[in-house]
Ligand binder design. Structure first.
Ligand code: NAD
Length: 386
């Protein structure tokens, strides 16, 4: 079995799907590794570092002709997909749920699509393959560091001869994997941290990291399936935004991480809430996406300063801003999955296995993932009027 690492197509994507440290284990399992020349550059990994670890370096054309499996971080561009040949397997965070046409194109091309963002996360044997968690951890850390870097005051309490600085008041909205890491990081930097989530079961986790958990009186518990939140009704959304505004006004920094699977991110910080914040405050919107974000007026990859002096950071792809750590963790995730799927030197897809049913999206010319087959060509992303 030969697997090849593609250079990521997006200019802002600095991660790479495998790192040299991951190669020995794959080779021991009979998996040969080919790396597209320059694939590791963004993460400070030279072609030489890969060859020293036992990989060979090749051009994209050579990869298309020889590899059985192709590894990426994000979804490859259409040109790269067109370059692949029937029978090859494509591993990556392919994000197929919002675009079922993509899976159909893979199926038509005879490619086996394996999407790491669909790993069934609650299966204990899948934990080392959980790329959503590994990357969310990095994003949560980076969001807190970015907020501290942007904030014009100290995060910790400082008592000096030149005066005393009070600690920053940080509010984390959404306490899943990224939110909990943001809480821990902001606490380690010395901030006083509050947190809120619609899933009440996150209260003890947030508190164990040193945050004060905020409970809203106007919105009841909204735990959904599989450990995720459910989408709120229009009335709940309105009530949530209004009640949150009072809390937001009392904080110097707000970090938002709220997501509901298959939906656009819920809007938590309204325009009025931003207006109520003091000049110099910082808001990092990790929900920021092309579909909208958790914060009014945020745009992915852009930083805007409101009229009243609040810096709103549309935090797109934070893991790519820590490419060495993010690539190393992703490499661990993708290697674990490969080692799980490869039997006797070749890819052994078995759709009767729950883990594989969750992660394999196309096989033998068909779209096989239940969530994609259900949506039957329609997108699952709703048009909720946040
Ligand atoms: P996510 O990225 O989907 O969402 C982030 C957070 O936003 C969640 O905590 C969610 O409740 C919250 N949220 C959604 N709508 C909101 C709203 N309107 N207001 C406030 N908060 C809102 O979630 P995630 O971080 O990927 O993980 C979600 C859960 O899955 C967590 O409980 C996590 O522990 C669990 N998980 C379990 C395993 C495992 O069992 N091995 C692995 C990974 C994650």
């Amino acid at each position: 079995m030969k697997v090849a690492v593609l250079k990521e197509p997006a200019p802002a994507e600095r991660r790479v799907a495998l790192v040299p440290d991951a190669i020995a284990k794959l080779r021991a399992a009979g998996i040969e590794v080919i790396v597209e020349s320059g694939a590791g550059e963004g993460a400070w990994l030279s072609d030489g570092a890969f060859t020293e670890a036992g990989a060979s370096i090749a051009s994209r054309a050579e990869i298309a002709g020889t590899a059985d499996g192709v590894l990426t971080v994000g979804r490859p561009d259409e040109a790269a997909v067109a370059n692949l040949r029937a029978g090859q397997a494509l591993f990556g965070m392919l994000a197929p749920l919002g675009d079922p046409g993509f899976a159909q194109r893979l199926a038509t091309a005879g490619l086996t699509g394996i999407s790491l963002d669909l790993i069934p996360r609650t299966l204990p044997r899948a934990q080392s393959m959980d790329a959503l968690s590994s990357q969310a951890n990095i994003a949560g850390y980076k969001a807190a560091v970015l907020a501290a870097d942007t904030f014009g005051r100290f995060f910790p309490l400082l008592i000096t001869a030149a005066g005393t600085a009070r600690p920053a008041r940080v509010l984390v909205l959404g306490t899943g994997v990224a939110g909990l890491q943001a809480i821990g990081t902001a606490r380690r930097l010395g901030a006083v941290v509050s947190a809120y989530d619609v899933r009440p079961e996150t209260k003890t986790e947030a508190e164990s990291l040193g945050a004060t958990f905020i409970e809203l009186t106007s919105v009841g518990p909204a735990s959904g399936e599989g450990g995720y939140a459910r989408a709120l009704s229009d009335e709940e959304r309105q009530a949530q935004q209004e009640e949150l505004s009072g809390h937001i006004a009392r904080h110097d920094v707000v970090i938002t991480t709220a997501q509901v699977p298959g939906r656009r991110p819920p809007l938590l910080v309204s325009g009025d809430a931003l207006k109520s914040m003091a000049a110099g405050s910082v808001v990092v919107d990790m929900g920021s996406s092309a579909l909208g974000g958790n914060v009014t007026g945020s745009a992915p990859g852009e930083t805007v300063v409101t009229e009243n002096g609040v810096t709103v950071i549309g935090a797109a792809n934070l893991p790519s801003r820590m490419p060495a750590a993010a690539s190393a963790m992703y490499a661990r995730n993708v290697s674990s999955l490969l080692l799980y799927l490869v039997k006797d030197g070749s890819l052994a897809v078995d759709l009767s296995d729950e883990l594989q049913r969750g992660v394999v999206i196309t096989y033998e010319g068909r779209v096989v993932h239940p969530a994609l087959a259900e949506s039957a060509g329609g997108t699952d992303v709703d048009g909720a009027s946040d």
